[in-house]
Write a protein that binds this ligand. Structure first.
Ligand code: URP
Ligand code: ZN
Ligand code: ZN
Length: 470
């Protein structure tokens, strides 16, 4: 009888701290041995010439989320998690959006029902809090945090989601008491409204106006305010989807004052610009997301943040809508004004290949920094570490084997999400995760799907990051 279920041999292994040559042995879904010349497995994978990395964790994805009247998100848990898997991910963290007047637990039950038996990767949920009543803050959140829903997202923009400063302070205070982690979407809603009205009055309703009505100052001001509110309460905070250098500087200023601020950026802020929203006819709608992509100079600023440690997290903010669809970007209302175009773009499958190719292969970052940005720091920030996010004895055997020589051109036709386009169409990348292992099971074997729907499981998250990301 074999001692191990699987041995990955001869690969170059990388964690967030080290790169080394070793074999990895797996039994009952866990890593049980790491060393030289391991033998005695039912199956061996020869990873010579390949990188063996922790499976990616994308801690910012939207799947099956209600998105307004007549609008339907392009991914359910089956397609969204399949796309994540083929992009080298083994865990995703989607959001459960609170519904006004409905107990959070009921809404969560509904998300679980949609995810149950459908997933190709493991799943852990964040809660979006848009109606922090006394009962929600006093009873529901503390009970849910204890049950494994330990991260909350709050919005400073979107009429129907935004919290005012008083509500944000109260939510941060509950996080302080319970050990939850709060993610904040930082854009000043009143400033956006002011600019939107001006553009609409002038008859300027094309997709490009989405970027023009959400300028850098709107994000910088809200980022400063969110960090200040966290400072007042005395609680860590995650600033999500940072798009520019001025917001990054607010993160650094907060840290210099002693606030524990974590920063997240996304592929759209490295690869796209506002010019992409200026496409022929309504094609610019394909790139409408918030905050919007900015300038080439701001892309360089975001690279500075990747390289120098301003950013702890690199997530996709996968929020897919179909383009050529009355329930997507080209809804009748969406065609009437940029204001009604559903916000969000797909990206879960290409997040890691883009950072690997543009970051590691172009020498901007090393492999440990890549692993930290795409996996380890997500697990640490959101209570999944050390079970996930690293390669060590006792961790889940969630592993991606990367071929650093594989050259691909991103084509939506080759991707697995439910949208009908990729905002990254035509971008050439070098390096791809060709084999992906979830809990010891080979899910993608040299580019071919071998896992099945339902192999991905729900994973509750614990409170308080176990270790600092830095
Ligand atoms: O445009 C975006 N980012 N849509 C997704 C929702 C969010 O704010 O993260
Ligand atoms: Zn957001
Ligand atoms: Zn998002």
């Amino acid at each position: 009888m074999s001692m191990y279920d699987l041995i990955i041999k001869n690969g170059t292994v990388a964690t967030a701290s080290d790169v080394f040559e070793c074999d990895i042995a797996v039994r009952d879904g866990k890593i049980v041995q790491m060393g030289q010349n391991l033998v005695g497995a039912v199956r061996e994978i020869d990873a010579a010439g390949k990188y063996v990395l922790p499976g990616g964790i994308d801690s910012h994805v939207h799947i099956s989320q209600p998105s307004g009247e007549g609008i339907v998100m392009a991914d359910d848990f089956e397609s969204g998690s399949l796309s994540a898997l083929f992009g080298g991910n083994t865990t995703v963290m989607p959001f459960c959006l609170q519904e006004r007047g409905v107990p959070l637990r009921e809404t969560l039950k509904d998300y679980h029902a949609r995810a149950e038996g459908q997933c190709y990767v493991d799943v852990s949920f964040h809660l979006i809090i848009c109606d922090p009543t006394d009962a929600v803050l006093g009873q529901d959140i503390p009970a849910l945090v204890a049950d494994g829903y330990s991260s909350l997202k709050v919005f400073m923009t979107y009429e129907d989601l935004r919290l005012d400063d008083a509500a944000i302070l109260k939510t941060l205070d509950v996080a302080r008491k319970t050990g939850a982690t709060v993610m904040v979407h930082c854009e000043n809603e009143d400033a956006i409204r002011f600019l939107v009205e001006k553009h609409e009055l002038a008859g300027d309703v094309k997709p490009l106006a989405h970027a023009q009505t959400r300028p850098v100052a709107v994000e910088r001001e809200a980022t400063h305010r969110a960090i200040s509110l966290a400072e007042i309460v005395g609680v860590p905070i995650v600033i999500v989807h940072i798009s520019n250098g001025q917001a990054m500087d607010e993160v650094l200023r907060g840290r210099a004052r002693g606030v524990r601020v974590l920063g997240e950026t996304c592929p759209q802020y490295l690869m796209l610009t506002a010019d992409d929203l200026d496409g022929m006819d309504w094609e610019g709608a394909k790139f409408v997301c918030s905050p919007p992509p900015r300038t080439k100079a701001e892309q360089q600023e975001c690279w500075r943040g990747i390289e120098t440690g301003v950013f702890d997290l690199f997530s996709s903010d996968h929020c897919p809508f179909r383009y050529d669809d009355p329930q997507g970007k080209l809804s009748p209302k969406g065609r009437s004004s940029f204001r009604h175009i559903p916000n969000g773009i797909p990206g879960v499958e290409v997040r890691q290949p883009i950072l690997f190719s543009e970051g590691v292969m172009k020498g901007r970052i090393d492999l440990p920094r890549f692993v930290a940005l795409t996996s380890t720091n997500h697990a640490k920030t959101y209570g999944l570490y050390p079970r996930k996010g690293t390669l060590s004895i006792g961790a889940d055997a969630d592993i991606a084997i990367w071929d650093p020589t594989e050259k691909r051109t991103i084509r939506h036709a080759d991707l697995h999400d439910g949208s009908d386009y990729s905002p990254y169409e035509g971008i050439a990348v070098t390096g791809w995760p060709t084999t992906v292992i979830l809990g010891g099971k080979v899910m993608v074997d040299n580019g071919k799907l071998t896992g099945k729907k339902g192999d991905g499981q729900y994973r509750p998250a614990s409170t308080h990051p176990k270790t600092n990301c830095k």
